[in-house]
Design a protein around this ligand. Structure first.
Ligand code: RIB
Ligand code: CA
Length: 314
């Protein structure tokens, strides 16, 4: 039976691939809706981008507008990585105009109402942007935390340095108070941080395969990733940019791709150089009860092979 998910996102190139992978994988996943948050670019752009990606997929999927800014801080965005639109392409060709509307229900209300309405333990939340929508939903309706199946996030970093500050990964850093609330909530938490996503590099052979073997959508995605590669290749000097967000979806489709380890993780919310750091207790030094399953390794070739073969289905 397909896993039923709500995908909370801030498209964003890697979010776009995660959305497409999820919509293409109908045997394994039923996407109940996309909830959108401000992050990589402001909410009006992440919302437009989510609608454009669903239109590109030519699949039915409702899109809900969520929180435009973090709970206590001004928003930090990442146009330097994703371009002014949030989905700039290598060729400069924009995605087509959306045919998908924005639903009138607020994203947070959709999350709460859906988890309450669906059978217990049947809904999985996937969050691949700042955790503002998730934290607000948990504060508004704590009853959904034990009722939902699990929360799978792209965010944080254990041993890897941060990517927006030396200590913090972007999704956590944008709204560290929201992240702290989510990590401390008791939810069944699966964390895909930079320790794993920095192993999933969009190398030239992998990019060529997406373009060559990914069908109609693969050529569009390759054009997007051609732009997305530029900043991180110049920053890290690697063969390709890390493709962060689709790790969460690939895990739900084929968990054997990844190695996981349960450990305690706490988010540093102190103002200073470590703001937004996910302090991961890899060796159980604190005796704190583990609260997250953290991805530590994975098969990058299988990861990109899965993405390529599924894009071809759209
Ligand atoms: O740090 C990477 C994460 O921040 C990804 O989810 C990317 O899309 C941005 O949201
Ligand atoms: Ca994202």
């Amino acid at each position: 039976m397909a896993k039923r998910i709500i995908l909370d996102c801030d498209p964003g190139h890697d979010d776009a691939v995660a959305i497409l992978l999820a919509l293409a994988s109908t045997d394994e996943l039923e996407v109940l809706g996309l909830t959108v948050v401000g992050g990589n670019v402001p909410l009006h752009s992440t919302l437009l981008n989510a609608r454009k990606v669903v239109t590109l997929a030519q699949r039915e999927c409702k899109v809900f507008a969520g929180c435009p800014r973090p709970m206590m801080r001004d928003i930090v965005t990442a146009e330097h990585v994703h371009g002014e639109t949030g989905l700039d392409s290598g060729s400069g060709t924009p995605l087509g105009e959306p045919t998908v509307p924005v639903e009138s229900t607020h994203a947070v209300n959709f999350i709460v109402e859906t988890v309450r309405a669906e059978p217990e333990n049947s809904v999985t939340l996937v969050a691949i942007g700042p955790l503002t929508n998730i934290a607000v939903a948990f504060a508004m309706a704590p009853d959904i935390i034990p009722r939902m199946h699990e929360l799978v996030i792209m965010g944080g970093a254990g041993f890897e340095p941060g990517n927006i500050t030396p200590a913090a990964e972007f999704n956590i850093y944008v709204d560290p108070q929201a992240a702290r609330a989510v990590f401390d909530s008791g939810v069944n938490l699966i964390m895909f941080g930079l320790d794993i996503t920095h192993q999933m590099l969009i190398t030239p052979p992998r990019l060529e395969a997406v373009n060559r073997d990914g069908g109609r959508v693969g050529t569009v995605v390759a054009d997007l990733l051609d732009f997305f590669n530029q900043y991180d290749i110049s920053k890290y000097g690697w063969e390709g940019a890390p493709l962060h967000d689709p790790c969460t979806i690939a895990y739900l489709i084929e968990p054997a791709i990844f190695e996981m380890r349960k450990m305690h993780v706490v988010v540093d919310t102190t103002d200073g150089p470590s703001l937004g750091r996910t302090v991961t207790d890899w060796w159980g030094a604190t005796q704190e009860k583990p609260n997250a399953m953290v991805a530590t390794g994975g098969n990058a070739d299988r990861f990109f092979g899965l993405i390529t073969e599924r894009l071809k289905l759209l």
